[in-house]
Design a protein around this ligand. Structure first.
Ligand code: SF4
Length: 435
């Protein structure tokens, strides 16, 4: 039996697309394996969001060269970096057989057939016609969760982000198709469904039939099984009262809401083209917490964006202290060629970025610890993921608010919901026992 491996970089969207690539290879009769040294086909699913991505991917391609020399392995590259590079990457690395955009993975069977008939040919397939990609099943194995992409592309053009240039304009998947996929995964036993999009709450803006994100959530909640719905990422500008209302009424929707802030300064938010101010964000965060019982917010923050002054950074710290995020993904701004921010005046020195990031991390860690302490002596519902990697005696799972919980358990509870009384905590982890 031939073997295939998929190596994934980047965001949840790529993880989802890798699950589809694996399913395509399974259907072609390949065994999916992790060990790339034993593979007959290796696909790299790449990311281009950070400037350092190229170095990482070039390093990996270097490693593949020896594997190809030994086994004649077919090397494919897909994802945003492949989409952006196109033919250029083959000129740099002729060991690559296939270059394919995210949009084009449905062509894999045809391309593999072509390559098997005629080796030594390079195939480049990166057309990005701003149409919906072919519908492809994904295989999430025995994972407790499954993902469903509800939109592709993005219309927002945040000035630091390359995504709209490589993934094209926003296209929504028809609601009927999404509901079929969600039902299928729930019936297979997946207990957590994550809806994916660059901006999930602008879902349906390209339809003329009134379908929107609130309606989609409502329809998914009406599926009778016991499961949890998560979504990433919403854009604060498009978070409607209708969505808040659907969430308030439906406990099936996770209480963890990832609401990317990026900066607390209205001046920097304008330079980022985010479409909201500090005050708008605070108003929305407070409204969500007030209206949705048990809501907990996480966020993304960039420090050291061009022209960010100490005062602007203090606005970011101020918002973090006011909202008291459960967790934040915190980054130093890094230039991304091809974006407006990369050529803005007022680029910030690395030493200042590092210093600001450190101060931000300290404030955020304190908020995370305080949030964790609030769970002590409470009973929480946890979806059990499996044995803890660090401590085989313990099991791990997550609450609806996405907190990691460790507790003693046994194999039978994997993939099920259990109630856990929390006894102690660390900054990001809760410890308890099943009740
Ligand atoms: S919303 Fe902004 S940051 Fe997110 S993918 Fe679109 S352009 Fe990039």
């Amino acid at each position: 039996m031939k073997r295939a491996s998929v190596v994934t970089y980047g965001c949840q969207m790529n993880v989802n697309e890798s699950a589809k690539i694996k399913k395509i290879f399974e259907d072609l009769g390949y065994e999916i394996i992790e060990d790339i040294h034993q593979s007959d086909i290796i696909f790299l699913n790449t990311c281009t969001v950070r400037e350092g991505a190229a170095t990482q991917i070039f390093g990996k391609i270097g490693e593949l060269k020896t594997i190809k020399e030994k086994r004649g392995t077919i090397i494919g590259i897909t994802g945003c970096f492949a989409q952006e590079q196109g033919n250029e990457i083959i000129k740099k690395f002729p060991i690559i057989d296939i270059v394919m955009g995210n949009q084009n993975i449905g062509c894999i069977p045809e391309i593999i057939k072509k390559l098997n008939n005629k080796r030594n040919e390079h195939i480049v397939c990166t057309e990005n016609e701003n149409i919906l990609p072919d519908h492809i099943d994904a295989d999430f194995g025995d994972e407790s969760g499954a993902c469903v992409a509800i939109t592709y592309g993005c219309n927002n053009f945040c000035t630091y982000c390359i995504v709209p240039y490589v993934r094209g304009r926003e296209r929504s998947v028809p609601m009927d198709q999404i509901l079929v996929d969600v039902r299928k995964y729930v019936n297979k036993g997946h207990k957590e469904i994550t809806l994916l999009g660059q901006n999930v709450n602008s879902y349906g803006n390209d339809f003329k039939n009134g379908d929107n994100f609130a309606k989609l959530l409502s329809e998914i909640c009406a599926i009778e099984e016991d499961f949890l719905i998560r979504f990433i990422s919403p854009h604060p500008r498009d978070f409607t009262d209708e969505v808040i209302d659907v969430m308030r009424k439906n406990e099936k929707i996770s209480r963890s809401i990832h609401l990317p802030l990026q900066s607390g300064s209205s001046k920097i938010l304008k330079l980022m083209n985010r479409g909201y101010t500090k005050e708008d964000y605070l108003f929305l965060a407070n409204k969500i917490k007030e209206k949705i019982n048990g809501a907990s917010l996480t966020t993304d923050i960039i420090v050291g964006f061009p022209q960010e002054t100490e005062e602007d950074f203090m606005d970011t710290l101020d918002i973090v202290k006011q909202v008291r995020f459960e967790n934040s993904f915190m980054f130093m701004y890094s230039k991304r060629n091809g974006t407006k921010a990369a050529i803005m005046d007022g680029q910030i020195e690395d030493s200042i970025k590092k210093e600001r990031l450190q101060r931000l991390i300290e404030v955020q860690n304190q908020c995370s610890l305080e949030n964790s302490q609030k769970y002590i002596n409470k009973i929480v519902r946890v979806l059990v993921e499996g044995e803890s990697k660090k401590n085989k005696k313990m099991f791990t799972g997550r609450t609806s608010t996405n907190k990691v919980v460790l507790f003693e358990g046994s194999k039978e509870i994997e993939g099920k919901f259990v109630n856990v009384r929390i006894g102690s905590c660390k900054t990001w982890t809760l410890y308890g026992e099943i009740v």
